[in-house]
Design a protein around this ligand. Structure first.
Ligand SMILES: Nc1ncnc2c1ncn2[C@@H]1O[C@H](COP(=O)(O)OP(=O)(O)OP(=O)(O)O)[C@@H](O)[C@H]1O
Length: 238
């Protein structure tokens, strides 16, 4: 991973699709190297916010900034990681990671060793030659994490990345993410529905509502307070 994390900022940003507003007047700052977790009821715009930071969705009004510059499109600096398995099925784990290295401009002769180093880092050095279908769901998510990190992003936008995993695998992925980030700090915006995951990972937890950030809890956040804020938003949506 190169350099420090990006500073992300939404400045009075209104986000939506085709004339329909999802989030209005959002103000949100994410510090370099911060892990910000976003909670909120289904449909409140969490993924929409990630898309805006990724440069996939322009703000209807207001601004979205990365290191003070308006975000106008996607960039290798800002990686998106989803719950869905987005690995190329015909490429081995190693060759999936090599693709990220190629896109980053790593010379061909260095890619193989670098890919294996990343797979080692996520505990999959031995599985480098396997195809995605020969890996468990948790292993595939680890390959995805290796591939995301190998691309050298300065911000990682994570949309419920561990949502489909069983509790034990999920817990080990959470620890792995924290470990890897300790070595190579990037800014992380992490969307989840799981309050315990939010409390474990977040340097700060925000609850998103239609009018932007409805509540904000720096770590260590109180579980009861976060649940109460979330409950209030959910009632609003229902
Ligand atoms: N591509 C799209 N075109 C039109 N509307 C969309 C599109 N993507 C999302 N929406 C709508 O925008 C709103 C916010 O969606 P978003 O996916 O950001 O919510 P979310 O908070 O991430 O939800 P969840 O927790 O269920 O994943 C929803 O009402 C959704 O239907």
């Amino acid at each position: 991973m190169s350099g420090d994390g990006l500073v992300l900022r939404a400045e009075d940003a209104t986000l939506g699709y085709g004339g329909r507003t999802v989030v209005e007047g959002l103000g949100l700052d994410v510090a370099a190297g911060e892990i910000l977790v976003v909670l909120g009821p289904s449909g409140c715009g969490k993924s929409t916010l990630l898309r805006a930071f990724a440069g996939l969705l322009p703000a209807v009004s207001g601004r979205v900034l990365a290191d003070g510059e308006p975000v106008t499109g996607t960039s290798a600096d800002r990686a998106l990681m989803f719950q869905d398995d987005a690995l190329l099925p015909w490429r081995t784990a190693r060759r999936n990671v090599e693709l990220a290295l190629a896109l980053r401009g790593v010379p061909r002769g260095e890619r193989r060793a670098a890919a294996v180093r990343w797979l080692d880092r996520v505990g999959l050095g031995d599985a480098a030659g396997r195809l995605p279908r020969e890996l468990s769901g948790g292993m595939r998510q680890r390959v995805q994490l290796a591939r995301t990190l190998a691309a050298g992003p300065r911000a990682i936008l994570m949309d419920e990345p561990f949502g489909a995993l069983d509790a034990q695998t999920r817990a080990s992925m959470q620890r792995l993410l924290l470990d890897v980030l300790a070595d190579a700090p990037a800014t992380v915006v992490f969307v989840t529905h799981d309050v315990d995951e939010a409390l474990l990972l977040g340097h700060r937890v925000v609850v998103l509502g239609a009018a932007g950030v409805a509540a904000e809890f720096p770590a260590p956040a109180s579980r009861d307070e976060v649940l109460a804020a979330l409950g209030a938003r959910t009632k609003e949506v229902v």
